[in-house]
Design a protein. Structure first.
Length: 173
C-alpha cells in the first residue's frame, strides 16, 4: 500500500505545498488526479473563500459557503465537496499515476468525502498523498491501518516520494 501524508506547520501551508507539488509533478509528466485547495482572500475581510482545483486541469470548485461575517461554524459546502469527489473518482478510472487529496478532513474522518476515492486508488495500486491536520490524525491513521508514511512538508521530498512510487508502479505494470 502506497500512501503518505504531510503536515505543514502554518495555517494554509499544506494547501500551498500541495498546489506547488501538483505543478511540479505536471512538469515531470506525472499524471496526477485529486484536488488541491486554493484559498482566496475576501474583500470584506471575512474568512477566505475555499476553492479546490480538480487535477490535472480543473475545474475549480468553490467548497466554502458564506455564512456571514460573524459566523463561527463550518463553512464547508458538502454538496460542492461531493461534486469534486465525483469528478476525481471518474478520473481515477482513467489512466493516472497518483492521487493527491488536499486534506483528510472531518468528512473523511466520518467516512465521507474522499475516503472512498482514497480506498479505490489504493486498491488499484495508485499511490496516494494526503494533506493532514492534527485534528483528524487519529482517524486517518486508523483508516490507513498505521501504514501511511509521513513525509516532510517540502516540495522536493514530496516529489521525490511521488516519482519513486509512480516509477516503481510503472516498472511492475
Amino acid at each position: 500500500m502506497k500512501i503518505a501524508y504531510t503536515v505543514a506547520p502554518g495555517r494554509g501551508d499544506t494547501d500551498l505545498l500541495l498546489f506547488g507539488l501538483s505543478r511540479c509533478l505536471l512538469e515531470k509528466d506525472v499524471r496526477a488526479t485529486g484536488v488541491v485547495q486554493i484559498n482566496a482572500a475576501r474583500d470584506d475581510a471575512g474568512p477566505c473563500d475555499m476553492d479546490v482545483k480538480v487535477l490535472p486541469d480543473g475545474p475549480v470548485i468553490r467548497i466554502s459557503q458564506s455564512l456571514g461575517r460573524e459566523a463561527r461554524g463550518c463553512r464547508l459546502d458538502p454538496t460542492a465537496l461531493e461534486r469534486a469527489v465525483g469528478l476525481v473518482e471518474t478520473r481515477l478510472a482513467a489512466s493516472v499515476d497518483c492521487l493527491i487529496v488536499n486534506k483528510f478532513g472531518k468528512h473523511e474522518a466520518e467516512g465521507r468525502g474522499f475516503r472512498t476515492a482514497i480506498a479505490e486508488a489504493l486498491s488499484a495500486d495508485i499511490p496516494v498523498l494526503v494533506g493532514l491536520n492534527r485534528l483528524n490524525a487519529e482517524a486517518f491513521h486508523k483508516f490507513s491501518g498505521g501504514l501511511a508514511t509521513e513525509l516532510p512538508p517540502n516540495i522536493e521530498d514530496l516529489a521525490c516520494w511521488m516519482t519513486s512510487v509512480t516509477a516503481a508502479k510503472s516498472s511492475t505494470a
